[in-house]
Design a protein around this ligand. Sequence first.
Ligand code: FMN
Ligand code: SF4
Length: 415
Amino acid sequence: MVKEIRVTLRNAGKIDPESIEDYIRAGGYLALAKAKKTEPEKLIDEIEHAGQLRGRGGAGFSTGYKWRGAYSTACDQKYVICNADEGEPGTFKDRTIIENDPHTILEGMLICAYAIGAREGFIYVRGEYGHCIELLKKAVADAEAKGLTDGVKIHVTSGAGSYVCGEETALLTSLEGKRGEPRLKPPFPTVAGYLGKPTVVNNVETFATVPVIVDKGAEWFRKIGDPSYPGTKVFCLSGDVKNKGVYELPTDATIDDLVNGFGGGVIDGHQVKAIQMGGGSCGFITAENMGLALNYDALRPAGVSLGSGAILVLDEEHNMAEFVRGTSHFFAHESCGKCAPCREGTSRLEEAMDAICEGRDVEKNIGLIQKLAQGMRMSCFCPLGQGAGNPILSALRLFPDDFRGKAPESAKEDA
Ligand SMILES: Cc1cc2nc3c(=O)[nH]c(=O)nc-3n(C[C@H](O)[C@H](O)[C@H](O)COP(=O)(O)O)c2cc1C
Ligand code: SF4
């Protein structure tokens, strides 16, 4: 079995997260000093060479490419933003990173600010993460007091609990003090982001990984994990598994390594029925795909993705129709209402799932969901609506009997 490799979580449990001295003793802020001796373009090259350090927030976009976009857009004011909204169901890794090592995120942001030429930044933290907000505020104040921020002003702000505000353009609108709704892309934030200025938005885990790459070099990082997606990924293992928690694994580790190895297998001697891969809008796999590695290329043939790193295990006692009924409630509640296909569509999906689970017009509602989900994928304004039908379609394909009332009597109700 593969070993847990701690790159992003290298200081977890080893330093006091409230102590900047502890972080510095562990080698903290050396990467920032090294970065500042490097030409910004060369620094961005290094991040790109680290297998493009694909963003760890869900979309997997190249961090180096993003930084280059903001760097090469001429403007007197640029911004760096850390997305710590962490609203994805089953995701709690950013919280773990912040609670254990807030300075590494700040250091990653300051390196980015130097690379792109930003003098101001924001950490947008999920409102419920009160302790994280305090830790980050202290980290910023302590770094400022030691002159480490070099005049770059980092603000710590909190979201008001909307899931869509984790989407980068909605986050920007929310930060600007407006109603948190996504905006059209292009222009991308690297060209016109916060207040219309070039802005880099990266996830907590992405920023926390940057100092290690700068310190140890892209070559070192590329040797870890799968070449198509080098390095490690921090996973959130939850559901019907013995050892739920946060695990940082190289990207060539398999789902089996995570669930049965680190996770200790399914509770009460039960079997895996389904695993939801990547978050609430993502699809499921069954036990036969547990040999797949935890990276984008390996998972693609099974029709699933890594997403935010949420891995939710469901045992055979679950009825999958009931489970995705719960998901449909979530999307109907979180739809921001900006566009009609999602505003109406998520409510219709919810109604259809309620009807199916109550045994009303089952075939008609299955047909409706199939058409609706397809239409929403093509017409919704942002990925929230586009993906709202995904988990239902995936469950329907893998477990049709659960939708047609033929599931075992003992099936658990999740809604
Ligand atoms: C509905 C929705 C919610 C999202 N929530 C988050 C979130 O909570 N945290 C996050 O980092 N990215 C989230 N994202 C992805 C961001 O839009 C963006 O891709 C990410 O912050 C970029 O950082 P990265 O390149 O480092 O991954 C969300 C996207 C969507 C569509
Ligand atoms: S798809 Fe949904 S969440 Fe996205 S803009 Fe439209 S209404 Fe808002």
